[in-house]
Ligand binder design. Sequence first.
Ligand SMILES: Cc1cc2nc3c(=O)[nH]c(=O)nc-3n(C[C@H](O)[C@H](O)[C@H](O)COP(=O)(O)OP(=O)(O)OC[C@H]3O[C@@H](n4cnc5c(N)ncnc54)[C@H](O)[C@@H]3O)c2cc1C
Length: 560
Amino acid sequence: MTYDAIVIGSGLGGLSAGAHLAANGRRVLVCEQYDVAGGCSQTFRRKREWQFDVGLHYVGGVHTGDIGSVLRGLGLDGRLQWNEMDPDGFDTLRFPRHEIRVPKGWDRYTDRIAAAFPAEEQQVRRCLGTLEAIGGQLRRAGVPKSKLDYLRYPLRAPSVVAWGMRPLADLFDHHHLSQEARAVIGAQSGDYATPPSRTPVALHAGLIDHYLDEGAYYLHGGGQMLAAHLLDVIHTHGGRVRTRAHVEEIVVREGRVRGVRLKGGEQLEAGVVVSTADIKQTFLALLDPSAVSPRFRERVAGFRMATPLFCVYLGLDRDLRGAMPNTNYWCHPTYDAEDAYARAAAGELALDPTVYLTSATVKDPGCTRHAPAGCSTLELMTWATPSPEAWGVDPGSLPSGYSRGERYRERKALVAERMIDVAEEVLGDVRGHIRWQEAATPLTQTRYTLSTDGSSYGIELATDQTGPRRPSPRTPIGGLYLAGASARRGHGIVGALMGGRDAAAEVLGRDLAHEVARGAVFADIDRLTAGGPDFDPLAACRRLQDKSARAPRRRAAVAA
Ligand SMILES: Cc1cc2nc3c(=O)[nH]c(=O)nc-3n(C[C@H](O)[C@H](O)[C@H](O)COP(=O)(O)OP(=O)(O)OC[C@H]3O[C@@H](n4cnc5c(N)ncnc54)[C@H](O)[C@@H]3O)c2cc1C
């Protein structure tokens, strides 16, 4: 079978690339090695009672921002329901001596942070003023594409040029902020998992701006809903998403991509391959070493992966809707914003962890799939070391076969218990209400998505790996393009969706973002089928290994 384009990976990066290509008339195949499409946007279910999100807990920019733009272009903007989190405090920052609710809007946010630090109010206001200016300029100026764009950029985005690529710690130094004020301003760093000494100012400004500008949202039904709708765009436009299709090799001849080889030997031909496997997998595992220069391979090998996450998933026979506002808690045990990252990098388990705490039942009260009536889900996350040894695992037993080891289970339980302690400080009795508990380490992340070092954020978004220093969608190999968290747009729901569109734009030789800004809708909206009251996004994304074309069958069913 010959395709116009094969996409490796069905995370949001791959599905976005696939949907843009299919909706623009390309014959597309998305190959996913796992049984369910969606990558980190997946939800998973337990005992027919509990549903948990892997990697969509809150996002911004869903209407007028970047996510809204991608969805509009694919005709999906009216098909997804976004629940806004508490505009008076979508994040709650907890520190030993501070608790601050982060409201929508830069002015209110700045007032609250400044009020928390009366002795350094002016410095705090000036620092946040710079971040606000950068956030706004990033939003308005967009990504420069042409030479002319680059020439004009200093006029359109002067604060970005002055500060964007410098470390956040430099901005804090410049404004002589105390350690406490720095920690509070950088409190949501877990959203990108980089310490202030390496975080580009533009990254932090862009991240908080995308929440403050339009508010923070959770997707009704969970992250799988987004994957299912993108998949529907692909199938509706004659493309295919195949699960259990593990790409083992990107086939290159005479400097050009010719297709892929799947585990089991099946060969699939295409003149274009978009890889959303992380960059180390793509260049060091899927390609023959002779496909790129030794210097290029060296550069790829030298990229640092982002610090991965450890997650605890709890099903509680307690209704949290009365116990907590519609907020995420960021619970920091200290004001030292560097320490946890340094310890994870040194291979230490986090026994005094910063804990991010969120509840899908609180964010999405109208969805009955998260938990039984009167019950709740609670998801706890922290940064973690990727070191197998630290998790009590012999690296030789990877990528599977490690999870039943006693030492591994003990260590997982140890960190999980510390995190549940923190949850109890916020919510009162949690342990007495647990009806389901499980945890996922960075090793789990690798097992399910094949990511290097268990990272779901791709290569670290640090000053030396961001912007022009990050891999662009084009590669040295003809016909091979990159999208996904390791590519230029970075990680997160926004980064993955935008990066997928960027890669499709490169393949098509068009400026898709500009076309959407001018009102273009690529998908044929009237033919899209996903949605409706009984629509189950997980069922729509699962077990797509059957090679028969699904799309015509589904359309026939709808027509009937
Ligand atoms: C615990 C957690 C919480 C998060 N919370 C948020 C949040 O609240 N908000 C937010 O914006 N972001 C969040 N993120 C980040 C966000 O989910 C990810 O950065 C983003 O979804 C990554 O998309 P991707 O397409 O780059 O990669 P992935 O989702 O990892 O998809 C890559 C896919 O490629 C497949 N694959 C890899 N190699 C091959 C191969 N050789 N052959 C076939 N298939 C292959 C994998 O199986 C996987 O499905 C979170 C992530 C995690 C893990």
